[in-house]
Design a protein around this ligand. Structure first.
Ligand code: HQG
Length: 181
């Protein structure tokens, strides 16, 4: 059952963050998909999906990646999109310091260009080093960067806090980045 939940979580990440066209589901401008439609279209492609399974994935997902709308009818990914949607998050005041986990092989480029969002809509930042280390590990030998988010905010850069506690911003210039000790 746990494996099935992980498989569905990966499928939902793909559809809700990157390629809704894979099953032909429509996301609204804020990234929401109608749950009944999502189930129907996934089933038509041979994917086992039901409301019960979706509710389990949303509840048990280790990073709380998905949120269900207040009326219970729609679902979206809380962050991590590559497709252009507007999460409509209000700008939030970040803590003084945030962390970004990356791999050592990206360091040189980051120290030259700052942090880019790459394929995604935002640069992802964490409140603690342990989370950043885990994020970095996905790409290779991890290294944690310290971001002077408080200073950035005072310079007018905007930050957003996703529903699952990931800090998002568009770009981090080099001068606000150092390697965490
Ligand atoms: C790097 C996961 C070279 C950046 C995680 C990162 C996160 C640069 C990679 C979420 C660069 C992009 C996002 C530059 C940035 N030169 N490399 N100038 N600027 N990079 O996967 O932050 O499991 O798109 O350091 O937990 O690793 O999917 O971003 O290494 O929250 O829910 O380019 O994905 O969540 O990689 O991870 P990603 P990320 P989920």
């Amino acid at each position: 059952m746990k494996d099935q939940i992980v498989t569905i979580s990966k499928f939902l990440s793909l559809i809700l963050r990157h390629q809704p066209e894979k099953i032909g589901v429509e996301l609204d401008s804020n990234g929401w998909a109608d749950i009944d439609e999502l189930i129907q279209l996934a089933n038509a492609k041979g994917k086992r999906l039901s409301r019960q399974l979706i509710d389990r994935v949303v509840a048990e997902n280790n990073k709380q990646r998905f949120a269900i709308s207040e009326d219970g009818l729609r679902i979206r990914a809380s962050q991590g999109h590559s497709i252009e949607i507007d999460l409509a998050l209000p700008p939030s005041e970040p803590p003084e310091i945030l962390y970004h986990g990356t791999a050592t092989r990206f360091l040189e480029s980051i120290q030259a260009e700052g942090l880019h969002s790459g394929n995604r809509q935002h640069v992802h930042l964490s409140q603690d080093k342990a989370t950043a280390t885990n994020v970095g590990q996905r790409h290779g030998k991890p290294v944690v960067l310290t971001v002077l988010s408080g200073e950035m905010a005072r310079f007018g850069y905007q930050f957003f806090l996703s529903a699952n506690n990931v800090w998002l911003t568009e770009h981090v210039p080099v001068k606000f980045i150092s390697v965490a000790s």
